[in-house]
Design a binder for this molecule. Structure first.
Ligand code: HEM
Length: 181
């Protein structure tokens, strides 16, 4: 994944827990890099190694790491660096989710070698919809949950998220039922 993803994990740790904690996490991960370059591609294993080390060092589950990271990604990383792009996604949670399937088409202009997630929406009602998540990568479903929670906070909208289907349960993609007020 592009370095901006690993850098965002680094920012999350340093902003909340300080530089010492980050140094410990990096040491634990065995990753021998001084820093990440945002627009350079890194092997996906680096991101998963980092998440694993955060989990061990902070004594929280890997799911909790990805949920926290998803929220951070929306509320800090993208909002600070790409606020215009975020604003172009929609004026409220429902609109943003409906537009989500096309969102990374614009991100590709910034990161041409992107391997983006794929989203589809279905069963759209006034206060709910189903979000279908397809990915070439395994293990990021809780990241998606965190991203949706982050979008709820971004639009100051209370959200409820229920996982209806998952690759862990033998389906070929994840389906999230998202409800809002
Ligand atoms: C300005 C906003 C955004 C930017 C710049 C951005 C950029 C990126 C980048 C660089 C990656 C790494 C993929 C790679 O390097 O191959 C990524 C992955 C991902 N993004 Fe975004 N993204 C944005 C917003 C969002 C939002 C709002 C969502 C969903 C609610 C989202 C969902 C994901 C997911 C789930 C992945 C993991 C890839 C996978 O599942 O295979 N992103 N994005």
């Amino acid at each position: 994944m592009y370095g901006i993803v690993n850098k965002a994990i680094e920012d999350l740790i340093i902003s909340n827990f300080g530089l010492d904690k980050w140094e410990k996490i990096k040491e634990r991960s065995g990753i021998d890099l001084d820093f990440f370059i945002s627009n350079e591609s890194y092997d996906d294993t680096i991101t998963f190694q980092l998440a694993q080390s955060v989990s061990e060092e902070m004594n929280i589950s890997i799911s909790e790491v990805f949920v926290a990271f998803g929220e951070w990604w929306v509320l800090k990383t993208t909002n600070e660096k790409y606020s215009g792009l975020m604003q172009s996604g929609g004026n409220n949670l429902k609109q943003f989710l409906i537009n989500l399937p096309l969102f990374h088409n614009r991100v590709v202009f910034i990161y041409p070698k992107l391997t983006p997630p794929e989203f589809r929406v279905s069963e759209v009602l006034d206060n709910s919809l189903q979000l279908h998540y397809y990915s070439k990568r395994e293990g990021l479903q809780e990241f998606v949950r965190g991203l949706i929670q982050g979008l709820g906070k971004y639009f100051e909208t209370e959200v409820e998220i229920e996982l209806l289907a998952s690759r862990n349960e033998g389906d070929d993609h994840e389906i999230f039922l998202i409800k809002w007020q």
